[in-house]
Design a protein around this ligand. Sequence first.
Ligand code: TYM
Length: 327
Amino acid sequence: KQVVFSAIQPSGTITLGNYLGAIRNWVKMQDEYSCIYALADLHTITVRQEPAQMRRNIIDAYASILACGIDVEKSLFFIQSHVPTHAQIAWILNCYTQFGELSRMTQFKDKSKKHADNINAGLFTYPSLMAGDILLYQADKVPVGADQKQHIELTCDIAKRFNGLYGNVFKIPEGFIPKNGARVMSLQNPLNKMSKSDENVNGCVHLLDSPEVIMKKFKRAVTDSDACVRYAEGKDGVNNLMTIYGAVTGKTFEEIENEFAGKGYGDFKTAVGEAVVEELRPIRERYERLVADKGYLAECYRKADEIAYKISSRTLDKVMKKVGFIK
Ligand code: TYM
């Protein structure tokens, strides 16, 4: 079986964007691939976190991902900071990643504008830690949203550079980006991606929002004055709602246009809201049960942490030997 690897940062609640862009594919890929997933908690401290809140976020995110349908009998789902090989390989890969390459990362440029008071070295070298995550498991495919494409390309460049120097150490991975849902935008500002840190709470739908809150957010979603449900340039708000509706129902843009021909945006927004409510309802119910059982969650991640350590150590040992470290 081919190997799939992906990870998510447990920084705040998981969004509809995370779900449609990535996690839904994590779930779908479980039967066909050997899947390895992680909570990238080391990545979250590139932005300052409050310790008690961070601990809660990690548990909430772990329970939420299981609630989405990650099955611990089929897939590994571990916590990055519990597996020391990640921090170890990140240091080594830092020494094979160029300053210029990291400077070109658009996420770094965006985040250093947003957190201008804390442009730390970790924020800058974040992509080499991410490359290490992927390369440790010799992953074939990496299911992510469109915003991670550049990081995956850099991962491939680092891997090829290393292989060029030392022989075939790393498998060259490939991004797996969904056709529909790869870039879910804010409901309030459809030119920005939907994100946990949206200043406008109505812009972002959280996985665990109640049905009432979800409906309210969709009813308030920004559209345009054209009053026609069609996918077209300049209709960013409507395009985004069509993307979400299509991703959830499996309908094509043409089918959606026909369904709402002659109808107003009110009907359309209600339909999108209802579809999302139904998609997320079972997840929220499973989450409530899972998060109440901290013992079970700990059992799940401890088992996965240990296996992830064994698998990743094989790659790390090889890397260290090739570079010239002694045992
Ligand atoms: P993170 O935690 O920001 O996001 C997790 C996943 O959700 C996707 N995503 C979106 N997809 C569509 N629309 C959106 N609005 C949206 N927002 C987020 C992201 O593309 C991602 O797939 N660096 C990664 C975490 C990471 C990782 C890795 C991923 C660490 N190591 C190794 C893959 C492989 C991140 O910050 O994702």
